[in-house]
Design a binder for this molecule. Structure first.
Ligand code: ADP
Ligand code: MG
Length: 445
C-alpha cells in the first residue's frame, strides 16, 4: 500500500498547500498596498500637524520680548509624545521645542518637505520668508507596527482556512468517490460464478470508461467460458455414440473370433475404449458442474441420497464402506444431482486411491459437514494444493482421468462451499480426507 497514492490524501494536501500559498501571496500584496496607503495618510497627518502648529509657534515666538533663547512648550499634563517638533531659525538655532523632542533626531540645518532618518519620518515647513522653520518628527516604528498588525490580522484566517480546506477537500472527494467505491465493491464480490455486468448509478464521468471496460471484459470472459463449456459438453456428448458403437462391435468381435491373439488385442482395445468413455462422461459432468446449476430453489434433505449412494458402492465393494449419518435431517440448497455427483466422485476416489485393505469412512454430521476419509499413502502438501485442478493426478497406478476433484471443486465453488483436502486425514497418521460443509450454501453466489 505504501507505494500507492491516495487520491484523497494527494488532493487534500496539494489543494491545501495551494490555498495557503495563494492566501500568503494575497496577504503580502494587501500588506504592501496597506503600507502604501497608510504612509500617505500618516504623511498627510504629519503635514497637517506642522501647518497647524506653525502659526501658533510663530505668534508665540514673536510675542516674546527680547528673549530669543530656547523655550520648551509646556506640557499640560505629563505624557509621552508621539509627534515631536522643533522650531528653529534658518541656521539651526533652536527657538521652541515640544517638551519631549530630542534635537538629535533632526538634521543640523532645518529642511522643508519630507525626509527620513533611520528612525523617524520628518516634515519641515517654513514661515516668515524662510526665517522660521518647523519640523515635526514621527517615529517610523509606529508605522511598522501598524503595517505588521494589519498583515497579522490578514494572516489570522489561515489558522481556520487550513483545517477547513483539508476537511472540505476530504469530504468532497469522499462524497464523489462513493460511487467509485460501490463500483469497486461490485467488481470485488463478483466471483467466477457471477459474470453479469456491473452497474453503478451516478458514477463520476471520469470513471464511466472503467465501468464500460470492466463490463466488456466480463462479457468476453463469460462468452469465452460459455464457449469452452459448450465445446466440452458437445464433444463429450458427440463422443458417446461412436464410443458405444465401437465397444459393442469389439465385444461382438471378441465373441465371434476364434483367434486368441485377436481376442487379447480386442480386450486391450476395449480397456482403452472404456477409459475413453469414462473420460468423456467425466468431461460432461465437469462441463455441467462448471455451467452452474449447483443450487436448487428449495432445501432438500441430503441424508437419504447419501445413504443410497453409499449402498451402491457397498454393493460394488462389499465391506469397504463405513457410513456415519446423523439422526435428523440435513437440509441444504445444494442441487440433488450436483450433490450426488460430488459425493460419488469423492467416494470413488477414496475407494480407488485409498489403501486396498482398509474401509472408506463416509460421515455426515447434523450440522452438514461431509467427510470422506480413507487410509493410504500421504499426499505431499505441494501436490495436495494442485489436485483440484483438471488433469492433475499424483503418481498413482489407479486408473482415472484427473477430473474427479475438479468436478467436486466446480460444484462446491458454484454453491459457495469450500472444499478442504487434508493428507494425512485428521486424527490419522496417513490417508486422505475431503471435507465440505454442505449446509453453508450461499444462495447469492
Ligand atoms: N481419496 C484419495 N486418496 C488419495 N489420493 C487421492 C484421493 N482423492 C484424490 N486423490 C489424488 O488426487 C488425484 C486427482 O483426483 P481426481 O481429480 O479424482 O482424478 P482421478 O481420480 O481420476 O485420478 C488422484 O489421482 C489422486 O492422486
Ligand atoms: Mg477421481
Amino acid at each position: 500500500m505504501s507505494t500507492k497514492t491516495s487520491l484523497q490524501k494527494t488532493l487534500g494536501t496539494w489543494l491545501t498547500i495551494g490555498v495557503t500559498l495563494l492566501w500568503l501571496l494575497g496577504v503580502i500584496a494587501s500588506g504592501l498596498v496597506a503600507r502604501h496607503e497608510m504612509n500617505e495618510v500618516f504623511d498627510s497627518a504629519l503635514e497637517e500637524t506642522a501647518q497647524r502648529i506653525l502659526p501658533l509657534a510663530v505668534t508665540d515666538i514673536l510675542n516674546r520680548e527680547g528673549d530669543t533663547g530656547l523655550q520648551r512648550a509646556l506640557a499640560l499634563k505629563e505624557h509621552d509624545e508621539y509627534l515631536t517638533y522643533l522650531i528653529r531659525d534658518k541656521s539651526g538655532n533652536l527657538l521652541l521645542q515640544s517638551h519631549d523632542a530630542d534635537p538629535r533626531i533632526f538634521g543640523a540645518i532645518p529642511q522643508e518637505g519630507f525626509s527620513e532618518t533611520s528612525t523617524h519620518r520628518i516634515y519641515g515647513e517654513s514661515a516668515i520668508s524662510g526665517t522660521l522653520y518647523i519640523e515635526v518628527a514621527e517615529p517610523l516604528a509606529h508605522r511598522r507596527v501598524a503595517v505588521l498588525e494589519t498583515s497579522l490580522a490578514l494572516l489570522l484566517p489561515l489558522i481556520l482556512l487550513i483545517p477547513i480546506s483539508l476537511v472540505g477537500v476530504w469530504w468532497v472527494i469522499r462524497r464523489s468517490l462513493r460511487e467509485v467505491l460501490l463500483l469497486q465493491q461490485s467488481i470485488e464480490v463478483r466471483g467466477g460464478g457471477d459474470l453479469s455486468p456491473v452497474a453503478v448509478d451516478r458514477l463520476p464521468e471520469e470513471f464511466g470508461p472503467i465501468m464500460i471496460s470492466v463490463n466488456r471484459l466480463l462479457d468476453r470472459l463469460r462468452r469465452a467460458l460459455e464457449a469452452e463449456r459448450s465445446f466440452t459438453a458437445n464433444s463429450a456428448h458427440e463422443l458417446r455414440t461412436p464410443l458405444a458403437t465401437a465397444l459393442a462391435k469389439l465385444q461382438r468381435l471378441k465373441v465371434e473370433t476364434q483367434d486368441v491373439r485377436v481376442k487379447t488385442q480386442a480386450g486391450e482395445i476395449e480397456v482403452s475404449l472404456r477409459t475413453l468413455s469414462r473420460l468423456s462422461e467425466k468431461l460432461l459432468e465437469l462441463a455441467k458442474a462448471e455451467g452452474g446449476g449447483a443450487l436448487s430453489e428449495h432445501r432438500h434433505d441430503l441424508v437419504p441420497i447419501l445413504r443410497m449412494i453409499a449402498s451402491d458402492y457397498e454393493h460394488q465393494a462389499p465391506g469397504k464402506i463405513e457410513l456415519n449419518l446423523p439422526d435428523g435431517d440435513v437440509t441444504s440448497l445444494l442441487d440433488l444431482d450436483a450433490f450426488a455427483i460430488l459425493a460419488r466422485n469423492l467416494i470413488e476416489n477414496a475407494l480407488r486411491h485409498g489403501a486396498d485393505d482398509q474401509p472408506v469412512n463416509i460421515s455426515l454430521t447434523g450440522d452438514g459437514i461431509l467427510r470422506v476419509v480413507n487410509r493410504g499413502e500421504i499426499v505431499s502438501p505441494e501436490k495436495l494444493a494442485l489436485l483440484r485442478n483438471r488433469f492433475v493426478r499424483s503418481s498413482t497406478k489407479a486408473v482415472g482421468s484427473g477430473i474427479g476433484l475438479a468436478i467436486v471443486e466446480a460444484i462446491a465453488s458454484g454453491a459457495g462451499i469450500t472444499l478442504t483436502l487434508r493428507s494425512p486425514a485428521s486424527g490419522q497418521s496417513d490417508g486422505f480426507e475431503a471435507e465440505l460443509n454442505i449446509a453453508v450454501v450461499d444462495a447469492h453466489s
